[in-house]
Each structure stands twice: as structure tokens, then as C-alpha cells.
Design a protein around this ligand. Sequence first.
Ligand SMILES: *Cc1c(COP(=O)(O)O)cnc(C)c1O
Length: 462
Amino acid sequence: MRYISTRGQAPALSFEEVVLTGMASDGGLYVPETIPWLSHDDLASMAGLSYAEIAFRVMKPYVGGEIDDATFRRIVEEAYATFSHDAVVPLNQLDANHFLLELFHGPTLAFKDVALQLLGRLLDHFLDKRGERAVIMGATSGDTGSAAIEGCRHCDNLDIFILHPYQRVSEVQRRQMTTVLADNVFNVAIEGNFDDAQAIVKASFADQAFLNGARLVAVNSINWARIMAQIVYYVASAVALGAPHRPVSFCVPSANFGNLFAGYMAYRMSLPVTQFIIATNANDILHRTLADNDFSKRELVATLAPSMDIVVSSNFERLLFEAYERDGDAVRALLERFQNEPAALADAPLAKLRERFASYRVDDATLLEVIREARHRTKELLDPHTATGYRAAERVRGDAQTPMITLATAHPAKFAEAVVKAGFSGVPLPAHMEDLLEREERYTVLPADLAAVQQFVAENRR
Ligand SMILES: *Cc1c(COP(=O)(O)O)cnc(C)c1O
């Protein structure tokens, strides 16, 4: 399998290269040159299989023979053995025809584990094969950093440096990162805000001289392997509810759009999906684009669903590439305009998106009301991100006959602030992390200074 850029000007890459590369050299994102097809029989034969086996079958064409089957199967099995539920991503029926897909049974209680447990192992495998080592750098305000650390803690060929804003991350989120005491894990608390941390990481990718030739790898959601891993749970949940014989719909709490784009890929692979609903918080660029054709940046709003606080949805570019019939020049022109001024989609691609996508925005006040209402009606305590999805699904679903699957992207214990604000007394952590608040922590506080951080990385990488 070859991978091509959404902006049409970067060289095509193999799977191995695309896993080790972040953004394409033309500023675009990599997508598979052709989209694999799952036949009716392929889907039908997945009924009753384990999650790891479905994962192996769905992802195999994307790997394209670059990892032998036995090794790839072992990598997949190890990745999903870290989940605390036997079904890995269980479906939970809320009412007559609305289901929650619980994506939060991984090590850090958010859906990002599904992709990062696999990505860490894939990177380690390819580096081992090449006899190379690599450094991962990332900035986080919470979920991504802890999931990346958990995904890499056992990887011999990787050293991971995660920057978080000092004293500006919740205690649970900080501890999920800082209590991982592995030799290859380095937590850096930056005396500044998230943007300061992010700027240091970006500058380090732009000029890597400080690494003396070592490879620097990004594990943010533009890495193709993250999308690939997420396709699996759309297929697995739809099959559990009767695909390919019966279609389903999905509602996804969205920010960078990596999660929902994976669903769209599942649909393009032949999964029968009637409707995709994009749920946003007040940071609503996706909703404004779809509803009003207002594809423009707005100032960041801090909400009670912080993992959805974004200005730009980076992976939306991958959907635009498909909506524009894979015309890289058109995508590049649109994204370059968008960079500097409000933009709008052309009529034909917008109409095409509206055939299958709907969207809905949920503000903080509504979100608290939804957490209370869902608890009352279904007994479930939703995390604030999932709550946006729950409301969006109820409000804009097309038909009541098609099962609606709302993706539960985090465990409520991870976002206790919103749950408490909604009037509940708090949420206990799941058994495997009950003692999180007593575990030993390790992190280094550094000034928001590029040279200081780069020196720390250079001195500590192994
Ligand atoms: C990252 C995250 C999201 C947003 O996912 P995208 O792939 O960026 O759209 C939603 N909810 C939670 C809990 C997250 O951690």
C-alpha cells in the first residue's frame, strides 16, 4: 500500500515510512492511495470474532505486507490485551435503539489509547528492524500525553518527552503521565501555558539540529496509524449490531476529527453507515462549516469538555480531500486561503458532505443539563465529551429505526470537574488505578525556553 498527500505535492510513501513520518513535506496529510474494500462476506464472517482478530483483518490491507502476518497479529493482540474489558470496546445499550460505544477501557481511560497502544508498538517494531532509535516529543493539555506515554513505556527503541503546562493540568491527568516511572519516559512541566509548550515542540520539529541526527517522531492525530487503528471499532460495533445485513449510524464528539475520519474510512471500506453526526462543544468550526459553510478560525474557548477545545480540526483536511474528489490542488488552495482568512467550501463538495454528515454544537450549560438528564433516563454517568455526543445524537438523528452508536470517548472519572458541577458527588477511579493519587510522581520543571528544553532532551535521550 502506498500513501499520498492531501495536497498532492509530497512523494508517496510506504506504510513503514508513513508511520515514521508526521506531516507530508507539502503541508498535507497522508492517506492511502486506494481504499481497501471489505466484501459482504468479509464483514459477515467477523461476527463473533475477538476484537484483536477483527483489528487484524481490518488493518491488514493498510499494512500491505510490510509486517508478516504472525508478527502483526502479535502486535495487535498485545496492544489490546492492555484493555480492562474483555470486549475491549463494549457496546452499552441506553434505550430502544441508542448505544454507547465505550472506548475508555484502556490504560488512560480515553479513546486515544486504542490508537496509541498500537502506534507505540508499530514504531518500536519498525525501529527495531532498522536498528534505529527515535525520540518522541509532544505537548499535551491532557489526554494525548498520557495515552502516548502508556503506549511507549515498554518500547526499547523510543524515548518519549511530553511537555505539559506546569500546574495547569488536572491532578488525575498529570498523575496519569508523571507516575509512569519507566526509564524512557520524561515528563516536562513547562512554566507557561499549553501554547508555550506546543510552540517549543513545533520549533523542535522545524529545526532538529539539537538531536545530532537522531530521528524525531510525532504521535499526534495526523499520524496515519492512529486513524487506521480507530477504523476497527466502527467495524466491530456495526458488526455486533448486525452489519453487513443492517446499517447503523454514528455520533462522534469531535475536535481534530481523527476519530470521525476513521469512521468515514470504515464507510468507504463498505461498512453500511446511514448517518454520521459531528458533535462539537463551543469550539464549533466543524459545525459552522457543515451548517453555515463558515470555514473560519475563531478564538479558543475553554470549556468543560477540554479535550475538544481546538481552533482548527487538522484531520478535516482528509475529509475535504475526499469531498473534493482527491483534487490535491483544490485542497491546497482552500487550506492556504483558510490559513489567512475566512474560507468557504465549493458547492459540490459541501453538498456531498451534507448527504451523510450532520452536526450539532453543545455549550457548557447544556452539557451539564445533559449529564443530569442522561443519568436520570439511562442510569449512565457520562463524561462531558460523551455528553455532547449524547445530546447531538438525540437532536439530529435522521431515522429512529437505524441503531445510533454514540462514541463514549472518556471515562467520567477522568473529567470529574464537570460531573461535580452537574451536581454529582464525584466519580471513583476504576479499580486498576484506585491508588493513582498515592503513586510516586516524577517530572522536571523547566522554563518556557526552547534552548533549555532542547538541552534537556539532548542530555537525557538514550
Ligand atoms: C481527543 C478527544 C476527543 C476528540 O477527538 P478527535 O479525534 O480530535 O476529534 C474527544 N473526546 C475525548 C475525551 C478526547 O480525548
